[in-house]
Write a protein that binds this ligand. Structure first.
Ligand code: PEP
Length: 245
């Protein structure tokens, strides 16, 4: 299985910038031994899909509502993302959990909505610094997995320790190995054999310099990249560090 390198562009880029970034990623994607995905703001999904036509770079959203349509002002339904050509959606990102009060139960419902619309969800889990200092990181992540993932689950997990997101602080390779090993055990415990095939990404200040080490850690099936995905050269350099797992 190839590793997946996914860029979360968050609330960045005006339309022309998003198209230019997408084109730059596509232009450098030839020969890269990883699956590539970019997730612009929903407003730019259609333009980015258009810019990436004919390339191997996939497009995803950053969130979706749990309902397929209805009276939800300002929200975006999973079928709308799919209609624009997105194939993926990030769900339960810590910024959504913190800034929008998303609970595990809400994330689980969103996963169901995404899958029903034909999207592949990337479900984010991860502990706060306080929880890690308190030695609760595995307990927290275990609960997030059981609360956020429906059974069966056809998607990807991203382990993103909150203290490493956008901070420039990266979890050590030992931390990542320990947590990814725990997540795998937990997936097998909760999902049986199906749990062995679920890809687990690492996210949190992944950069070209630390990507080779992080992507070589056992059970790391790719990276969810925030800040560095806004620079095509950095994103591609991270992707070049990917390997088959
Ligand atoms: C993210 O927000 O998903 C993320 C990993 O961000 P960064 O790479 O900037 O830490």
């Amino acid at each position: 299985m190839r590793q997946l390198i996914a860029g979360n562009w968050k609330m960045n880029c005006l339309g022309a910038d998003a198209v230019a970034l997408a084109r730059a990623v596509a232009a450098g994607a030839a020969g890269i031994q990883a699956d590539l995905l970019v997730c612009p703001t929903a407003l730019h999904v259609a333009a980015v899909v258009q810019a990436l036509k004919g390339s191997a770079v996939a497009v995803g959203g950053q969130d979706c509502h749990m309902a397929p349509k209805g009276a939800h002002t300002g929200d975006i339904a999973a079928p709308m993302l799919a209609d624009l050509g997105a194939g993926w959606v990030i769900l339960g990102h810590s910024e959504r959990r913190q800034n929008h009060g998303e609970t595990d139960e809400m994330v689980r419902e969103k996963v169901l909505a995404a899958v029903a619309a034909g999207l592949t969800p990337i479900v984010c889990v991860g502990e706060t610094e306080e929880q890690r200092v308190g030695g609760q990181e595995t307990e927290v992540v275990g609960w997030q997995i059981s609360g956020s993932l429906p059974k069966p689950f056809s998607g990807v997990i991203a382990y993103e320790p909150l203290w490493a997101i956008g901070t420039g602080r990266t979890a050590t390779e030992q931390d990542v190995a320990a947590m990814h090993g725990f997540i795998r055990e937990e997936l097998v415990r909760q999902f049986g054999e199906e749990g062995r095939g679920i890809r687990i990404l690492y996210g949190g200040s992944v950069r070209p310099a630390n990507a080779p080490g992080l992507l070589a850690v056992p059970e790391v099936a790719g990276a969810l990249v925030g800040g560095a995905s806004l620079d095509a050269a950095d994103f591609l350099a991270i992707a070049r560090a990917a390997r088959s797992v």
